[in-house]
Design a protein around this ligand. Sequence first.
Ligand SMILES: [Cu+2]
Length: 65
Amino acid sequence: MDNVVLKVGGMSCGLCAMSIERALLELGAKGEVDLSEKTVAITYDGSAIAMDQIKKALEDIGYEL
Ligand SMILES: [Cu+2]
């Protein structure tokens, strides 16, 4: 498993955190949002999911990376 921490712009509340974590789950990754740091710590299988896919999924739901 690979781990990465991404800075995410545009999240402000618990709902944002939930949407981000859900979008990651749909990709097969696990995300943990830190709202005060504006980051998401992502655990994913780098051989199955590309970082570009992760970024795109979050941008598609309206966040900035
Ligand atoms: Cu929100």
